[in-house]
Design a protein around this ligand. Structure first.
Ligand SMILES: Nc1nc2c(ncn2[C@@H]2O[C@H](COP(=O)(O)OP(=O)(O)OP(=O)(O)O)[C@@H](O)[C@H]2O)c(=O)[nH]1
Ligand SMILES: [Mg+2]
Length: 317
């Protein structure tokens, strides 16, 4: 895993060799604002899956409070619940350790774990822009964790979470304001339900008809809103059950393949960009690239002309 993470060329070789053995794991993305309780919830979920006799892997991407070496005593205590269980594997990944891009490195690490036979792979990412969208596309089931006091009204709850969430969770329900956060999210879900999401060969499309004219169909997934107190292990069982229900839902209606197609499309697009940039980086010396960039800044050439030149040079040999 360390080599896959740090060496893009080796990662390519490894993934090519084991790709046929992948595709069995249920990949579960867990995202949300910093400190909302993602790691705590993921710990609890891992234990729930263990109770159901699964082998579980946890991948924490760029954690601000890493799984290992957490400063808080509570975190250490929870870690001890997992440590020593050979059915749970935990991996923390920091962005500095991945030359080929964090998203690619994460995808490759997940593939190795999938091939190794882990049935559930929980991937924690802090909710921030593109990383969030990447992980949602990389996962079969995406959990968005909110907590009270991080924006109790609808405007401050991050726009777009309904696009990526399969399951919404309000954690820290022991804190004041929990009910208000739940209400705000319920309202958001209600408004969102008038815009139906449909999957067409893995492409997310929306139908903008009013709810009355749209046949929602009994097989449309309703995003559940669950309440938890992860630190007291309350409500985790229900979250685990919903995750398994979502997996059964995907497997019963072709949604699993749709998710795979969407993931592969996103992954291949991203890899094409990364590979081109790496190839260009090898072909064009950095000082030359910088002088081209400077020329664009000084309006000596336009950005299209710059890209055309770099493209040509990258593929010159
Ligand atoms: N009161 C309360 N505290 C909680 C709950 N769940 C987690 N915490 C605490 O909140 C703090 C942050 O929890 P984490 O699980 O590290 O949150 P996170 O979202 O993984 O944080 P980052 O990875 O840093 O973004 C820790 O001190 C937890 O013990 C909860 O349900 N109630
Ligand atoms: Mg965390």
């Amino acid at each position: 895993l360390t080599q896959v993470e740090n060496n893009p060329d080796l990662a390519q070789e490894v993934v090519s060799n084991l790709y046929k053995e992948t595709g069995y794991a249920h990949i579960i993305g867990v995202t949300g604002p910093p400190g909302s309780g993602k790691s705590t919830l993921v710990n609890g979920l891992a234990l729930e899956f263990r109770k159901r006799d699964q082998v579980v892997a946890i991948v924490a991407v760029d954690p601000s409070s890493p799984f290992t070496g957490g400063a808080l005593l509570g975190d250490r205590v929870r870690m001890r619940d997992l440590a020593g269980d050979p059915g749970i594997f935990i991996r923390s990944m920091a962005s500095r350790g991945s030359l080929g891009g964090l998203a690619s490195a994460t995808g490759d690490v997940v593939k190795v774990l999938d091939a190794a036979g882990f049935q559930s792979i929980l991937v924690e990412t802090v909710g921030a822009g593109q990383a969030e969208v990447d992980i949602a596309t990389a996962a079969h089931t995406t959990l968005v964790i909110e907590a009270p006091g991080m924006g109790d009204d609808i405007q401050t709850i991050k726009a777009g979470i309904l696009e990526i969430a399969d399951i919404l969770i309000v954690n820290k329900m022991d804190r004041p304001g929990g009910d208000r956060t739940v209400k705000a999210l319920q309202m958001m879900l209600h408004m969102g339900s008038s815009v139906q999401r449909v999957n067409h060969h893995g492409q997310q499309m929306t139908l903008d008809e009013s709810p009355d004219t749209v046949n929602h169909g009994e097989d449309a997934w309703q995003i559940p809103l669950l309440e938890t107190i992860a630190a007291q292990n309350q409500g985790i069982d229900e979250v685990a059950e919903k995750i398994l229900a979502h997996k059964r839902y995907l497997q019963s209606n072709g949604g699993w393949l749709d998710k795979e197609i969407a993931r592969c499309r996103n992954e291949i697009d991203r890899m094409l960009k990364e590979q081109f940039i790496r190839k260009m980086g090898k072909a064009v010396p950095i000082y030359e690239r910088e002088s081209i960039i400077e020329a664009v800044a000084k309006r000596e050439i336009d950005p299209y002309a710059a890209v055309k030149r770099l493209y040509k040079e990258a593929f010159a040999n």
